[in-house]
Design a protein around this ligand. Structure first.
Ligand SMILES: *Cc1c(COP(=O)(O)O)cnc(C)c1O
Length: 470
């Protein structure tokens, strides 16, 4: 055993190898030294834990392995992904991809200085929300607007600004959890408000709200149940009715509409998504929604409504903790500008384009991909299949969108191993594993990515499928 250890090259010997010397040129010397040490330690541990004969690689082979391993270790954690999951607003993949004009605006602002809090008309101090407020008001009919980090932040700061220390009335049918980390009761507690539940899971009546109002009440909150549906005998109270009840008692009515549809999504075959303008029209005092769901913009939370309440939000010290940066403002402004004409938005906003992509088109693209990868030695078979895309991002889970996928059955390695190798490619590819098949849903793949997708799939052919040292 001791003899074997003597055959392992020294750290210094390995550092002299051309492969590792080259890496030292681009990264810190210490990083490479640590990498070499870790690799040697792992090797020694493997030797200690096995009864098999282990052949110690030559110093050159070892240097190669360490260089490969360092290469993997040094790779960015955040990398571009080709989304083959069919989930259009995939929170794990960053939700909405931005429109070209939003990307251009962000790039232009990112590398320099910008009039974030300077009013260029008079040189005085300005408010950062001015970059988007006018557009938001124009598109929704609201009096005023403000933007924070996301809708969770929007909910928290809105409640803390208008109803801190007071009770906020919510229907038991609307106490939602979204994506595990967002639970309305918890957000409410953080905002310093007391949750006052009314009604039942399936039915809440106007009288339930009215009779819950008392000295302690600070607001009425309505929440769109974005990610579930109650069917059967149900009753909810409309925004308009809630506004009536709230105003009769001098209370603000807050409407969390969630996805923030600026246009009617019924034309994309998706019903039940509240349109922001309708909520303002119904008289809601504060309306809350995300920027990176159905708007297709950057991550942010948008708060619109009556001037009086928006000013209270702006004055809240939490505002400083939740404010958005210049890149978010630039991307949001550019995205909103597209909605000034619905046809423009439909053509330019990627998620709207994905939603309206005809099935025949998706099928054709899937067939083309298959033509080019067929015959690969890693493939048992490969065919087009009809499936269903989803909106995702906690939106409309029950509404499925018909789509076409490339369906791959691998041979020689498991479907999970293929999925793993595709995640390691650059850009990474993430599909949908369904039993022993890998599906790539063409709806969420950009047409301009089809060639890259083909090349990366072709590259699996003949590629050494041996495990990377880990
Ligand atoms: C998605 C959603 C949220 C959370 O929004 P984030 O922007 O992810 O913080 C809150 N409320 C509703 C109704 C939602 O749909």
């Amino acid at each position: 055993m001791a003899n074997i250890f003597r055959n392992i090259p020294s750290v210094n010997e390995l550092l002299e190898s051309p492969q590792l010397k080259k890496i030292v040129e681009s990264v810190n010397h210490q990083v490479v030294v640590d990498g070499v040490r870790t690799f040697i330690d792992d090797l020694k541990e493997t030797i200690n834990n096995t009864t098999d004969d282990i052949e110690i690689p030559s110093p050159a082979e070892m240097a190669d392995k360490i260089a490969d391993w360092l290469h993997v270790e040094q790779r960015e954690y955040l990398r571009p992904v080709i989304n083959g999951t069919g989930i259009i607003l995939h929170t794990g993949l960053g939700r909405a991809p931005l429109a070209k004009s939003a990307i251009a605006a962000t790039m232009q602002i990112a590398g320099g200085y910008a009039s974030v809090e300077v009013d260029l008309a008079n040189g005085q101090r300005g408010q950062r929300v001015k970059a988007v407020e006018k557009l938001l008001c124009e598109l929704t009919g609201a009096e005023a607007a403000v933007v924070v980090n996301n809708n969770a932040a929007a909910t928290m700061i809105a409640l803390a600004s208008v109803a801190s220390g007071k009770e906020v009335i919510v229907s038991r049918g609307q106490l939602i959890e979204i994506g595990g980390s967002y639970r309305l009761p918890d957000v409410m507690e953080c905002s310093g408000c007391k949750l006052k539940e009314v009604g039942t899971t399936n039915k809440t009546h106007a009288a339930d709200y009215s009779s819950a109002i008392g000295e302690e009440t600070g607001a009425i909150l309505k929440v769109h149940p974005s990610n579930f549906e109650v069917v059967g005998f149900t009753k909810t109270v409309s925004t308009k009715e809630l506004v009536k009840i709230a105003h009769a008692n001098d209370l603000p009515m807050i409407d969390d509409v969630g996805s923030g549809a600026l246009i009617d999504f019924a034309k994309f075959g998706l019903s039940n998504e509240p349109v922001v303008r309708d909520s303002i029209q119904a008289g809601a005092d504060i309306v809350l929604f995300s920027g990176d769901k159905l708007i297709g913009g950057p991550q942010c939370g948008i708060i619109i409504g009556k001037r009086k309440y928006i000013d209270q939000v702006l004055e809240n010290p939490l505002m400083r903790a939740m404010r958005v940066d210049k890149m978010t403002l630039a991307a949001l402004a550019a995205t909103l500008r597209l909605y000034r004409k619905q046809e423009t938005a439909e053509q330019e906003v990627p998620i709207l384009r994905m939603l309206s992509m005809p099935e025949a088109n998706l099928k054709l693209r899937a067939e083309k991909v298959i033509q080019q990868i067929q015959g690969g030695s890693w493939l048992a078979s490969c065919e087009v299949t009809q499936s269903q895309s989803m909106l995702g991002g906690g939106s409309l889970p029950t509404q499925k969108i018909p789509t076409w996928c490339v369906m791959i059955s691998p041979q020689g390695s498991s479907v999970n191993r293929i999925a793993e190798r595709l995640r390691a490619s650059n850009p990474a590819i993430i599909g949908r594993v369904q039993k022993d098949k890998l599906l790539i849903d063409m709806r969420t793949v950009f047409p301009e990515q089809d060639m890259v997708l083909v090349e990366l799939l072709q590259a699996l052919d003949g590629q050494d499928s041996a495990q990377q040292p880990s």
